[in-house]
Write a protein that binds this ligand. Structure first.
Ligand SMILES: [Zn+2]
Ligand SMILES: [Zn+2]
Length: 318
């Protein structure tokens, strides 16, 4: 019997709590983790000869998943806009200091509205201003269906914290709550870039690469999550090309350096060790994340990233 049918029957029989029946899907994926490494340029990550700053992604993680090498931020290339595109499926000009909520309901809100326990839906972020990702101004959604959040030193307005703290908090949330959806933000290498510290910018690309490996290893060490969790590793934006404005120090326009981002997608429903050339953007990650959780993002122009899937999507869907 297909699992979704079994779950449905159990639910009807009252054998399962409501939170476990939310939108059964045909996918193996039960948990979606979106890890955002803030603001590296492609030229220092996958585009760098030898890929020596991202050894964990390149050598350990890529063989387990799909690398998209034609990925973009097609909206405003700053932190809150890039992240809200990932969580809502819409690009919008949005205040970048955390003073404005996204216009469209987020995956976190939709998942809770569909019955998920708010303790199993999370935003864990080094940047406090990303607390906005838990909420939206959409009619009927404002201040409703709010997920759990652990952002910055102590929530919105408290300031940024170190990524190492975010890594530890992420592991704790994974172990304790086994979130259905978890968005993680590491503030580096963006912070070192803005600080005009080239060496630290490079070093933090390597550090966040190590952290990404630790997140995946932590998931793999959990018997309840290891074969049913999908991980997307991506960025909110890149940075200016060398010779354009102040180069690696800043970002925010539509130069190729700011637009081009990475996506490495790993999970039980995806191909392994494959590179795909399809042009995609952050709103496609949103739609695909939602689909894996049995949700849709009405009116989003994002597309399901069918090239990721080992089985053609829909082949065994009801
Ligand atoms: Zn920045
Ligand atoms: Zn630029």
């Amino acid at each position: 019997m297909p699992r979704f049918l079994l779950l449905l029957l159990l639910a009807v029989a009252g054998a399962l709590p409501a939170a476990d029946i939310v939108v059964p899907t045909a996918w193996k994926t039960r948990h979606v983790v979106v890890l955002v490494i803030d603001g590296p340029r492609w030229s220092e990550t996958w585009g760098k000869a030898g890929r020596d700053l991202i050894p964990v992604r390149a050598q350990v993680l890529a063989p387990q998943g799909v690398l998209l090498n034609n990925m973009a931020n097609n909206g405003p290339t700053y932190t809150n806009a890039g992240h809200s595109a990932l969580t809502t499926g819409f690009y919008q000009e949005i205040n970048n200091s955390g003073l404005e909520l996204p216009r469209n309901p987020s995956i976190t809100q939709r998942l809770i509205a569909a019955g998920a326990d708010p303790q199993q839906v999370w935003v864990v972020s080094s940047k406090d201003k990303l607390q906005i990702l838990t909420d939206s101004t959409a009619p009927g959604w404002n201040h409703r269906h709010l997920c759990s959040a652990d952002c910055g030193k102590d929530g919105a307005g408290s300031g940024y914290r170190e990524d190492q703290v975010t890594l530890e908090r992420t592991k704790a949330v994974l172990s304790k709550h086994r979130p259905r959806y978890l968005l993680i933000n590491f503030r580096e290498p963006d912070s070192s870039g803005h600080a005009k510290k080239w060496d630290a910018y490079l070093a933090n690309i390597k550090t966040t690469d190590d952290y990404a490996g630790q997140v995946w290893a932590h998931i793999q060490a959990d018997p309840q999550m290891k074969d049913v969790t999908t991980l997307f590793i991506t960025n909110d934006h890149g940075r200016h090309l060398d010779g354009h404005k102040d180069g690696y120090i800043s970002h925010g326009d539509d130069c190729v350096g700011c637009r081009k981002i990475e996506l490495l997608a790993i999970g039980p429903d995806f191909k392994r060790g494959v590179t795909a050339d399809v042009h995609r953007s952050q709103i496609d990650i949103a739609v695909t994340s939602a689909a894996l959780l049995g949700l849709t993002l009405p009116a989003s122009e994002g597309k399901l990233m069918s090239e990721l899937f080992a089985q053609p999507p829909g082949a065994d869907a009801k």
